[in-house]
Ligand binder design. Structure first.
Ligand code: HEC
Ligand code: HEC
Ligand code: HEC
Ligand code: HEC
Ligand code: HEC
Length: 179
């Protein structure tokens, strides 16, 4: 073993530099991928400036009017332009963002919404089962109706799912969520 004290000054400086670089990297890595900023950073810009606040809060449109699959299937799904046109056929047709929606509708071109909430592929999830038990959307997604732009308020760590399953006597066998 070489003793630190016996190293040349240059070697100490180099080792000190490498040590500091590694420590800085670890701290930054923690802050961005584990700490609070991880979630805040996940607020993608959407192709159309659609606001949940305007629709679900100001105009009290029920979540499941647009997310129609939620109670019936695994997926909640995001509505297509036809659903928007139910109202925007008459509401705010002159607004530039609505003109974009109309163009998608008329050209039969899907709007490419960017996914916000996501689970790793090895986890199985079903909306239907939870909605049948009256778990509110907000329990898992946060106050979506207050958001102009949806941000990821939950990164769905295993503990989040398991804690509630334990409290409510829902299944906790590994294969409930891992297939
Ligand atoms: C049930 C009716 C309804 C549906 C369905 C609906 N909207 Fe709206 N939307 C409204 C109302 C009401 C407003 C507020 C209009 C106002 O400010 O006067 C609005 C406003 C908007 C605006 C803001 C327009 C502006 O610049 O002021 C956008 C953009 C928009 N909607 C996009 C969408 C999209 C995209 C969809 C489909 C995913 C959709 N809307 C579905 C009723 C609806
Ligand atoms: C007028 C239609 C409409 C209504 C009402 C509506 N949504 Fe949405 N929702 C959308 C659209 C369009 C998107 C995709 C664009 C975006 O993320 O903003 C979306 C995206 C989402 C997402 C993110 C999906 C993803 O990519 O991970 C969640 C979660 C969500 N909505 C929950 C809700 C909840 C909860 C409510 C009720 C409080 C609600 N929505 C009401 C149209 C609607
Ligand atoms: C028990 C937790 C939970 C509840 C309750 C819940 N969601 Fe989700 N939601 C999730 C998870 C987890 C995902 C990510 C699924 C994936 O990536 O496979 C998701 C994804 C979504 C998406 C993205 C598209 C999709 O289907 O993957 C939308 C939209 C959405 N949820 C809307 C809603 C709405 C609206 C409600 C209430 C009617 C709701 N969710 C209730 C956990 C929940
Ligand atoms: C707020 C409480 C709550 C949260 C959070 C929650 N669950 Fe559940 N989950 C339940 C309840 C209640 C049931 C219904 C059990 C039943 O039908 O008896 C359920 C059922 C399920 C089922 C169906 C089980 C079956 O075989 O019937 C799956 C899969 C599941 N949850 C996965 C998840 C995953 C993955 C997450 C995290 C992303 C999650 N849950 C978060 C309460 C919750
Ligand atoms: C109620 C749902 C649920 C149950 C039950 C469950 N898991 Fe998970 N598990 C998850 C979710 C959600 C993730 C994804 C976490 C993430 O994104 O990091 C996960 C991730 C994992 C991972 C990947 C490492 C990690 O932390 O991301 C392993 C390994 C794992 N689970 C093992 C198990 C084992 C073993 C059991 C049974 C004792 C079990 N899980 C039961 C929901 C569940």
């Amino acid at each position: 073993m070489v003793k630190f004290g016996s190293l040349s000054t240059t070697a100490k400086v180099v080792l000190g530099f490498i040590g500091t670089a590694i420590a800085t990297f670890l701290v930054l890595f923690y802050i961005f991928y584990e700490g609070p900023f991880y979630l805040v950073a996940h607020q993608p810009t959407q192709p159309i400036n659609y606001s949940h606040k305007v629709h679900a809060d100001d105009n009290k449109i029920p979540c499941q009017y647009c997310h129609t699959f939620a109670r019936r299937s695994e997926m909640s799904g995001v509505p297509g332009a036809a659903r928007c046109m139910n109202c925007h056929e008459s509401v705010k047709q002159e607004a530039p963002e609505i003109k974009k929606v109309i163009a998608h509708y008329e050209n039969n071109k899907p709007i490419e919404w960017v996914k916000v909430f996501d689970l790793p592929d090895h986890v199985w999830f079903s909306h239907k089962k939870h909605i049948a038990k009256d778990v509110s959307c907000q329990t898992c997604h946060g106050p979506i109706e207050k958001m102009d732009v949806v941000s990821r308020t939950n990164d769905f760590q295993m503990g989040f799912c398991l804690d509630c399953h334990q409290e409510n006597e829902a299944p906790t066998d590994c294969w409930t969520c891992h297939t």
